[in-house]
Design a protein around this ligand. Structure first.
Ligand SMILES: *Cc1c(COP(=O)(O)O)cnc(C)c1O
Length: 361
């Protein structure tokens, strides 16, 4: 109907069609205001309700406990790499588990503010698996332990929540948030750049336990990076990313209406299992990720050589699929199959891969 293609982009990525339709319908006149959200004061009654609804929906859909604050902050997940140490480092010591590119970036940013330490890494195995609990060397006196829950580039996902004792666990959930039920109480802080599973880019969702929010952040902490100031001002210390907040609200209404996070997870398991089980039998395509560490959101695979990878990427584009080329750091292919990717999209991809295999194996 709209000539849309199957977009396997890792982010920004597909949004549910009903959400795009609603945003289109409200583009010139949002809720009787006579204007678009893009033209509206963030202090207006209409927008205030949109922001409050978005926050309430995050709480409801993710089952966020009472003693956690939900914040919308600008700068995406990358600014959170700095906000976390700025707000949570007290002694200046923090542990980072390296499971891929984004966890490394978070670690490097943490080093600017204190003694960030590597508490575990699977770099020597090309990040093809998540380290086990007994491989982690955790400092019991660290201010926090940072992990990246789903590794967008390497296609891995933590299959367990690490035990960190009294040390708060901080997780980057950019590429898996709202795709699975999470026991928030096991985490001190969760953050996510919203452009994978929730909204357009430029914003991060932060869920932080209240006792970790402190007023005495370092003097050099920019106001916009302070969780305390953001919480005190209901995420509107300055003009927020109104459009992202609005789409967040629409996406969460859509998730709620279609079965919640539980249904998202069931669908994600169905889609990923189909693709992984085909990859297990394929004679052409290989997935090198350890079975227990496989991501439901980002499925990486490759042909025996770069020439074949390039041929596949080009042919898939001609067949109505985009962004299957893998990240430049790892090469090969990657199918990002977030919540908004329909099951038919994955079926279509698998059929295409089978045909490609027959012709090229
Ligand atoms: C995409 C992504 C980021 C970066 O997000 P930005 O919003 O571009 O800063 C960080 N971490 C993970 C896990 C991601 O997938």
């Amino acid at each position: 109907m709209y000539d849309r293609i199957y977009n396997f982009s890792a982010g920004p990525s597909m949004l549910p069609v009903p959400v795009l339709e609603k945003a289109r319908d409200e583009m010139l006149n949002c809720e009787g205001s006579g204007m678009s959200v893009n033209e509206m004061s963030h202090r207006s009654k209409v927008f205030d309700k949109i922001a409050k609804d978005a926050e309430a929906l995050v709480r409801e859909v993710l089952n966020v406990p009472e003693n956690y604050k939900v914040l919308f902050m600008q700068g995406g997940a990358t600014l959170q790499f700095a906000c976390v140490p700025l707000n949570l480092m007290k002694t200046g010591r923090a542990d980072y588990v390296l499971t891929g590119n984004f966890s490394k970036k978070a670690y490097e940013e943490g080093q600017k503010f204190g003694d960030a330490r590597v508490a575990g890494s699977t770099k020597s195995e090309n990040f093809t698996r998540i380290p086990r609990q007994n491989e982690l060397e955790l400092d019991p006196n660290a201010d926090y332990v940072h992990i990246c829950f789903n590794n967008t580039i390497y296609g891995t996902h933590w299959d367990y929540i690490p035990e960190t004792g009294n040390v708060p666990l901080v997780a980057d959930m950019s590429s898996c948030i709202f795709s699975e039920e999470v026991d928030i109480s096991k985490f001190g802080l969760i953050y996510a750049g919203v452009q994978k599973n929730l909204a357009p880019s430029g914003m991060a969702l932060v869920i932080v336990r209240e006792d970790l929010i402190r007023d005495d952040v370092p003097k050099y902490c920019p106001s916009l990076c302070s969780y305390a100031l953001t919480a005190k001002n209901d995420s509107m210390y300055n003009t927020p990313n109104c459009w992202s907040i609005y789409i967040t609200k629409l996406v969460l209404e859509h998730i709620k209406a279609t079965g919640g996070v539980k249904a998202m997870h069931e669908k994600a398991v169905r889609k990923a299992e189909k693709l992984y089980s085909y990859l297990e039998t394929s004679k052409l395509f290989k997935n090198e990720v350890s079975a227990e560490s496989r991501s439901l959101m980002n499925v990486v695979f490759r042909c025996p050589d770069d020439e074949m990878n390039a041929k596949f990427a080009a042919a898939s584009g001609k067949a109505g699929m985009s962004n299957l080329k893998g990240h430049r750091l790892v090469g090969g292919m990657r199918a990002s199959i977030y919540n908004a990717m329909p099951e038919e999209g994955v079926d279509y991809l698998i059929d295409f891969m089978k045909k490609f295999e027959q012709e090229n194996a």
